[in-house]
Design a protein around this ligand. Structure first.
Ligand code: 3PG
Length: 400
């Protein structure tokens, strides 16, 4: 159900789960994409006269308050983007939160402190989340789920609260799901997927599922080397995941058999250590020196990947092609970003999946509107593409 199903909102206390998990440098937000994405739903509720209680997490604290994970640095940015004041509660369901909610007038916005300062938010067992979920639900009359980045988490504020209050799906979650549904159910072809990032183990399930839907799978980032090792190549000191070699070899075979293009880089930019000032060299992907470490896809690969994306009608991209945060290893990621921008301009649906990938393209100087859709959820969008049920979405459609 959407927000309209909650009826007249004037005077109602509405708990909104947003994803405000932004990268911070000290107390400075380095990418405010998730704050911006959270604004439309909060605005809509406030304008309708609701008393909006925003709740969110930051980082992965272990169930107790830690100053570096406080949501306080987000308050000013949220208020600025909303164009209305935001009151910060120093806790989640304690005295400060209750007092702040008590003092609200219609249209006011309160932001609660980091949900994960309470162990009940992330507890594995349902019964261990119950008390916290009860307390959160007790603050409000209705619940809106708008934190797309966390819908794959079975957590108190994402899942359990929805069983305790009249609940609705926020516009952000709705829009994100629509885009991902288009990718999985009726992608215009050719459908190309670019997967990068360091950990191949995290991507195995999504590779498995995409082999059935995508026409081309372009591999970049640290996971390249486990594939190269699976082909029997020397990878030197590059990232390597011994537990995933068999799976990678299997995907290479399956791609061959099923006519899916599984594309690996043909050249690699290597250094001798993981550092911005390591001496660099570009080498063929099948001839990485034993003392070298692969840190980006090479220029030939970047051209190849751009060509594979040029005529694609649908593109999904998750994960950088190299260690882009260091200038000498940013070219591969920038080239893929540019290829998506070009594909967007020629009418393809392009989707950048993930908080980190989104931050990467912005850091490289690209603007959000150069892409079809920039998802706020990394893990969430991958799990959707894996075909998994997302607890935070499933609970909104179940009868309670
Ligand atoms: C994210 O950063 O992907 C979301 O905010 C979820 O955070 P989590 O992986 O710590 O649950």
């Amino acid at each position: 159900a959407d927000i309209a199903s909650l009826g007249d909102l004037r005077g109602k206390r509405v708990l909104v789960r947003s994803d405000l998990n932004v990268p911070l440098d000290g107390t400075t937000i380095t990418d405010d994409g998730r704050v911006r994405a959270s604004v439309p739903t909060i605005s809509r509720l406030a304008e309708a006269g609701a008393r909006v209680i925003v709740c969110a997490h930051l980082g992965r604290p272990k169930g107790a308050p830690e100053e570096r994970y406080s949501l306080r640095p987000v308050v000013a940015r949220l208020a600025e983007l909303l164009g209305r004041p935001v009151t910060f509660a120093e806790d989640t369901v304690g005295e400060s939160a209750r007092a702040a909610v008590e003092a609200m007038a219609d249209g006011d916005v309160v932001l609660l402190e980091n949900l994960r300062f309470n162990p009940g938010e992330t507890a594995k067992a349902d019964e261990d989340r119950a008390e916290f979920a009860d307390a959160l639900a007790g603050l409000a009359d209705a619940y809106v789920s708008d934190g797309f980045g966390v819908v794959h988490r079975k957590q108190a504020s994402v899942y359990d609260v929805a069983t305790r209050l009249p609940s609705a799906m926020g516009g952000l979650v709705h829009d994100e799901v629509e885009v991902l549904r288009a990718l999985t159910e009726h992608p215009e072809r050719p459908y190309a997927v670019v997967l990068g990032g360091a950990k191949v183990a995290d991507k195995l399930a999504v590779i498995d599922n995409l082999m059935g839907t995508a026409d081309r799978l372009l591999i970049g980032g640290g996971m390249v080397f486990t594939f190269l090792a699976a082909q029997g190549h020397e990878i030197g000191k590059s990232l390597f995941d011994a537990d995933s070699v068999q799976a990678c070899a299997g995907y290479l075979e399956r791609a061959e058999r099923e006519g899916v293009e599984l594309v690996l880089p043909v050249d690699i930019v290597v250094g001798t250590e993981f550092s911005a000032d390591t001496p660099t060299e570009t080498v063929p992907a099948d001839a990485i020196p034993a003392d070298a470490m692969g840190l980006d896809i090479g220029p030939e690969s970047a051209r190849l990947y751009a060509a594979k994306l040029a005529d694609a009608r649908t593109v999904f991209w998750n994960g950088p092609m190299g260690a882009f945060e260091m200038a000498p290893f940013a070219a591969g990621t920038a080239a893929v970003a540019q290829a998506l921008v070009d594909a967007t301009a020629s009418g393809a649906l392009t989707v950048v999946g993930g908080g980190d990938s989104a931050a990467a393209v912005r850091q490289l100087g690209f603007a959000d509107d150069q892409f079809g859709h920039i998802s706020t959820g990394g893990g969430a969008s991958l799990e959707y593409l894996e075909g998994k049920e997302l607890p935070g979405i499933a609970i909104l459609t179940k009868e309670h």
